[in-house]
Every structure is written in structure tokens, then in C-alpha cells.
Design a protein around this ligand. Structure first.
Ligand code: UGB
Length: 421
């Protein structure tokens, strides 16, 4: 049987031959062997105890290490460097939902003009996360660090506000989509209500308190029939749970302004579209289906009236977001603005424009709008935003969709050999 010593430190045969003929030597060797064995055992136990204790303290210092990919010295360095301001009078902005459609464009615009930007996104799989990862890579190339984390994670938010004195928060993280609320209602409560409150709590406790600009929605107008929709119109008749959570968000924001003096601006976006857009939206999924030769479903309102939307191009929305951020500091205002295009277009007309840009005829399946939370039309009155920060949309649907189609064909490789019929 080999001794423990031999198992731990197997000797090269012949190198340390024990002199069996010498009793003294043998006794001395036995004694030496047992002492060193004990020593090794002790060493082993000390090492085992030390590693157990350090593992325990690692676990105690926060289970977050196992559930999220944030924290650590390197991570904080990235956060601080991304938040660095590179222009005089610039701002340092935490952008939630940064890997989302609007979040990516706003983050890039802020970074390009010299503001500090740190992104936060949970990369959920509501739609293809690889598109979100591609947007993250784009942001990364422009020096915007995007953290993978959830706005419901209060510890992460506290850590971020500890690391950086954000002057502004652009809150765009949300569960979007009107019709999906019927399939997964709780995701709307999780992100648009619970997440909003967690974020506002973090902002309330931050020193200095940041000014907040966040994404509400045109859907809050619900069944309102005054045209065009004005911020003064009633918004207590939501048609979908999505709209109801956005409306609740506006009321929640009001209380944080009222009690804690937080500066909060809500932006009611009107059906935003453009390059790097959301695959769940009609213009995007229509494009995909038309190119793949699949049919599209076009909803129609009661009495065969076409549905219409005040489709708003992403660059115009970005200008509105930056204008809101630039005017949001000061004596704790509570504001709400429509950001629309002011010229609604029907859904059949949208399809028509796409067909022309794609040079492919759509296979249309026209059906009466099911009871899915959709509203028949939207139309923004933008005079408040115009007055407050000179908001003036300049891109019509024809032009905007042309830019979207160009991006779509390039992003999905149609320019590299995929056939467009
Ligand atoms: O302004 C907003 O606040 C919202 O805008 C967007 O909602 P909507 O205006 O409903 O856009 P979108 O889904 O593109 O449907 C457009 C039109 O196509 C019709 N539509 C849709 C799908 C379909 O298969 N067929 C169809 O006819 C449909 O009936 C509708 O008439 C955002 O998704 C939402 O997150 C929110 O930001």
C-alpha cells in the first residue's frame, strides 16, 4: 500500500530510497513520515476551512452574483467611463431600455453630442433578443456601455446611482405592444408599473435627484374621439391593459413629483417606426411577411372604415426626447407631451407604401378588427411640445419607410443575395 505521503508526492523511483538495513534511519524516517503526514493533513484542513469561509462570505455578500452579470471593479470602471460628459453643459444620462428601439437611437444621439450615457436593459425575449444584442453591439462601438439588468432590481439601481451622479434618467424600458397584453398581462404590470415604481424610488433617493423623462403612449387616449388628441383630453377610457398601465404610470409619476419634487416628463409616443425597429409592430412584420411571400392580416374598423395611425419616424422622436431632456431641469416640473407626426395614415396606405418600396405585392387578408385592445385611429396635437422645446416632425411615412426598408434589406442580408422575388 502506498503511504499518504507517496500519494500526495509520488517520488521518482530510486531518488529517495529508504535504507532498510539501518534501524536508526528507519525509526527516524518513520517519525519524520508521521510528522510530515500530520503537517500535510493540517495544511489540507486549513485550506479547506479557508476556502469554505471565503465561499460563504461571497454568498452572503449578495446572491446577485449568481443571478445577474453586474458588479465588480471593472464593471464600475466601465459604468463611470460611459457616463463621462464630453461637452460643456452636458448631461449624464441613465437610459433604461437602451437596447430597445427608441432606447438605442436616443442613446446614440446623446453620446454623439457629447453627453454621458449608461444603458440598462433586461434583454427579455418578447421579440428576438439577437436584434437587441446587435443594437447593444452598435452602442458599444459608440462607447455606450449597456448593463444587462432589470429595472425591478433595486440593488442594481442603488449601485448605479452610487457609482454615477446621473443628472437625467431617460426611462424607456417597458413591456410594449397593445395586443400582447391579452397573452401576458402580468409582464405589463411587472415592467410598466412595478418597474416604474422601483426606478422612481431609486431616483427619489439619489443625490442629486435626476430629472426624469419617460415613455408614455398615445394609447392612453383610448376611446377618446376629440381630434387631434390633445394633452388636455380625457384619458380615462383605455382600450387595452397596455394603455391602462401607461396611464397608471402617468398617475404614479404625478405622485412622485407631488410628494418628492421629482422633475418628471411623460412623452406620449405615437406609433414610432424606423430602422432598428420592433419586429412585433405592423410595419415590421408586414415587411417580413411580404418579403417571404406570406400573407398579412390587415384589420379594418367597424362599417369597413380603415384603421389609421399617426406613424412617427424615429429621428423625430429622438429630437423630441432630447428636447424634453434639455428642458427638464429646473423647478421640478410635471409635464406631459404628445410626440406624434400630426398626419395620420391608414393601414392599407401603409401596406401600399411598403409594396412600392419592396417592389413586391402583398397577399392581404382583410378582416374586421378583433376585440384586441386596438383603437380605430390616433392623431396627435403637438402644439405643447412645439411651444416648449420646438418639436417639429419633418419625416413623412413615405420617406421614413424608405429608410426603414433600406435598413431591413441590409440587416437581414437581402442585399447579399437573398432574393426579393
Ligand atoms: O402609439 C403607441 O403608443 C403604440 O404604438 C404601437 O401600437 P400600434 O399603434 O397598435 O402599432 P402596430 O402594432 O404597429 O399597429 C399599427 C396598426 O396596424 C394594425 N395591424 C396590426 C397588426 C396586424 O397584424 N394587422 C394590422 O392591421 C393595428 O390594428 C394598427 O391599426 C406600439 O406597438 C405600442 O407599443 C405603442 O407604443
Amino acid at each position: 500500500m502506498p503511504s499518504l505521503e507517496e500519494e500526495l508526492f509520488p517520488s521518482t523511483p530510486g531518488k529517495f530510497k529508504i535504507e532498510r538495513s539501518n534501524t536508526m534511519n528507519r525509526q527516524f524516517h518513520r517519525c519524520f513520515t508521521s510528522t510530515s503526514t500530520m503537517f500535510l493533513w493540517a495544511l489540507f484542513l486549513v485550506a479547506l476551512t479557508a476556502s469554505y469561509l471565503s465561499f460563504q462570505s461571497f454568498v452572503d455578500s449578495g446572491s446577485r452574483y449568481f443571478s445577474a452579470s453586474w458588479g465588480g471593479i471593472q464593471w464600475e470602471k466601465h459604468v463611470r467611463s460611459s457616463a463621462q460628459i464630453h461637452r460643456s453643459g452636458g448631461m449624464s444620462v441613465l437610459v433604461t431600455g437602451a437596447a430597445g428601439f427608441v432606447g438605442t437611437h436616443v442613446s446614440l444621439a446623446l453620446k454623439k453630442r457629447g453627453d454621458g450615457v449608461v444603458g440598462l436593459d433586461n434583454f427579455n425575449n418578447y421579440y428576438d433578443p439577437s436584434l437587441k444584442k446587435a443594437r447593444k453591439a452598435l452602442l458599444n462601438n459608440h462607447g455606450v456601455f449597456v448593463i444587462e439588468g432589470d429595472i425591478n432590481d433595486a440593488k442594481l439601481l442603488a449601485k448605479l446611482f452610487d457609482a454615477v451622479a446621473f443628472t437625467h434618467v431617460m426611462h424607456l424600458a417597458a413591456q410594449a405592444g397593445v395586443r400582447y397584453a391579452m397573452q401576458n398581462p402580468h409582464s405589463y404590470v411587472h415592467s410598466n408599473i412595478a418597474g416604474l415604481v422601483t426606478l422612481l424610488e431609486a431616483c427619489k433617493s439619489a443625490n442629486p435627484q435626476p430629472s426624469i423623462v419617460w415613455a408614455s403612449s398615445s394609447s392612453v387616449y383610448g376611446l377618446n374621439e376629440n381630434v387631434p388628441f390633445s394633452e388636455a383630453d380625457r384619458t380615462d377610457q383605455p382600450a387595452s391593459l397596455y394603455a391602462a398601465t401607461k396611464k397608471a404610470g402617468e398617475e404614479i409619476a404625478h405622485t412622485y413629483n407631488h410628494i418628492y419634487g421629482l422633475s418628471i416628463t411623460g412623452l406620449r409616443f405615437f406609433t414610432v417606426y424606423g430602422p432598428w425597429g420592433r419586429p412585433d409592430m405592423a410595419y415590421f412584420s408586414f415587411t417580413r411577411n411580404i418579403l417571404q411571400g406570406k400573407p398579412i392580416t390587415v384589420y379594418r374598423g367597424k362599417n369597413h372604415v380603415d384603421l389609421a395611425r399617426d406613424f412617427t419616424y424615429i429621428d423625430d422622436i429622438v429630437k423630441g426626447c432630447l428636447g424634453s431632456l434639455d428642458t427638464s431641469a429646473g423647478p421640478a416640473p410635471y409635464r406631459i407631451f404628445n410626440l406624434g407626426n400630426t398626419s395620420p395614415v391608414t393601414v392599407p396606405k401603409l401596406v401600399n407604401i411598403l409594396e412600392r418600396h419592396l417592389k413586391v405585392k402583398a397577399k392581404k387578408n382583410v378582416i374586421e378588427m378583433p376585440g384586441n385592445g386596438d383603437v380605430p385611429f390616433t392623431h396627435a396635437n403637438i402644439s405643447s411640445a412645439q411651444k416648449e422645446f420646438g418639436y417639429r416632425p419633418t419625416t413623412d411615412l413615405q420617406t421614413g419607410l424608405k429608410k426603414f426598408v433600406r435598413w431591413y434589406l441590409s440587416y437581414y442580408g437581402y442585399n447579399r443575395g437573398k432574393r426579393v422575388n
